[in-house]
Design a protein around this ligand. Structure first.
Ligand code: GLY
Length: 374
């Protein structure tokens, strides 16, 4: 990682280098760097054609700027826009995107440029993984959730009728460009929701990042670009350290699922009407309370995690009935036979993976869900 000054006006710009076994790439985090996507793509990817993929919420805001920047860098540029929303993260939309890449005559040396949030990044990444058995993809995340999590690490997917992200591939991007100015157009509730993943990273990372979040909660009214660059880059480094060590989730990467087993159940039970980050926050607090009751952790750890979530306006519990949570978790893709791997926050800066039976999981749900005492 290095902090660098761009020519002319000095603006915050950090570069985090990711080195996975399948690909090495840089994650640029900065202020006003969306106009540099073209030159950064040229340097990282080469190629002749670039296809920008975006949804109909984000395209009117940023797709033209990205397309112009790519054209200025010498790319023959095309644009594909699909209807926004998780409901469209499916095989039909993916099929349309693949046909669009063929119609734009992209070759294997060319580049797909994903401009948007997690749905766009996941689907454009999967289209790039499949098209011609793999062309390059550049991720340009425009939501905080996508900047700190989904744009980095190469998980790409679509949803199936049976569940979220059930068909996908590990396919690393060639470049990530996160311009924190894009967060200006994010609704305050979306910004707050993204903080669920930020708090998860802080719990995994340790007291420094966690303490910063508790003393300076991320709230829409106090957005400061330079602080956001530092925060996003810190989060990317937390994720980078994990995916560099375990690209395909054989072990350590499972810790990034902290809060997700119960969180996914809450999200699925709401028919995806609740935000992902809010569900992760609630799931994280429930697991922290359950861990404290089992003696795997302490009540103090659970309490500070609850404090961090509540300070960001996120839920620290769920009122969903226990049977529903267990039933959704039992159908989670991370279940193995009759057991399920859960991630337990042990301390701020430490989480362990435990394999539990569904009966043990049910007991944890009883101890941690609906048990917030304030
Ligand atoms: N979002 C968790 C992961 O990328 O592994």
């Amino acid at each position: 990682m290095s902090a660098c000054e761009m020519e002319g006006e000095a603006r915050a710009h950090e570069v985090v280098a990711v080195h996975t076994p399948s690909r090495s790439y840089d994650v640029h985090v900065g202020v006003g760097i969306i106009d540099e996507v073209g030159q950064l793509t040229r340097a990282a990817c080469g190629g002749e054609r670039a296809c920008v993929i975006s949804d109909d919420n984000v395209a009117p805001l940023y797709a033209n700027a990205v397309a112009e920047s790519l054209a200025e860098a010498g790319y023959e540029t095309s644009l594909q826009v699909f209807p926004a929303g998780e409901a469209n993260k499916n095989i039909e939309t993916l099929s349309g995107l693949l046909e669009g890449l063929a119609a734009a005559e992209l070759t294997r040396n060319d580049v797909v440029v994903a401009v948007g949030g997690g749905v766009t990044g996941d689907m454009a990444g999967l289209a790039a993984a499949l098209y011609l058995r793999g062309c390059q993809v550049v991720q340009v995340p425009t939501s905080l959730l996508a900047m700190v999590d989904s744009s980095v690490g190469g998980k790409t997917a679509i949803d199936l009728a049976a569940g979220k992200n059930l068909a996908g591939a590990f396919f690393q991007p060639s470049l990530v460009v996160a311009d924190v100015d894009c967060l200006d157009t994010l609704a305050p509730e979306q910004l707050a929701d993204s903080c669920g993943e930020v708090i998860k990273h802080a719990v995994l990372s340790g007291p420094e990042l966690f303490g910063d979040l508790v003393s300076h909660p991320i709230v829409a009214e106090s957005r400061d670009s330079e602080a956001l660059v530092r925060l996003v880059a810190q989060n990317v480094r937390v994720k980078r350290d994990v995916v560099d060590a375990d690209e395909r989730e054989a072990g350590l990467r499972q810790t990034l699922n902290l809060g997700h087993t119960i969180g996914h159940a809450i999200e699925a039970a709401s028919d995806f009407s609740l935000g992902h980050g809010s569900c992760v926050a609630a799931g994280l607090c429930c697991m922290a309370r359950a861990a404290a009751s089992r003696g795997w952790s302490s009540v103090e750890v659970a309490r500070v995690i609850e404090d961090a979530c509540l300070a960001h306006g996120l839920p620290a519990d769920t009122d969903l009935d226990h049977e529903t949570i267990v039933s959704f978790a039992a159908h989670d893709k991370k279940r193995h036979g009759d057991t399920i791997n859960i991630v337990v926050p042990v301390a701020i800066g430490s989480a362990t993976i435990r394999t539990v039976t569904l009966a043990e999981f049910e007991e944890l749900v009883r101890q941690g869900c609906g048990t917030l005492t304030r």
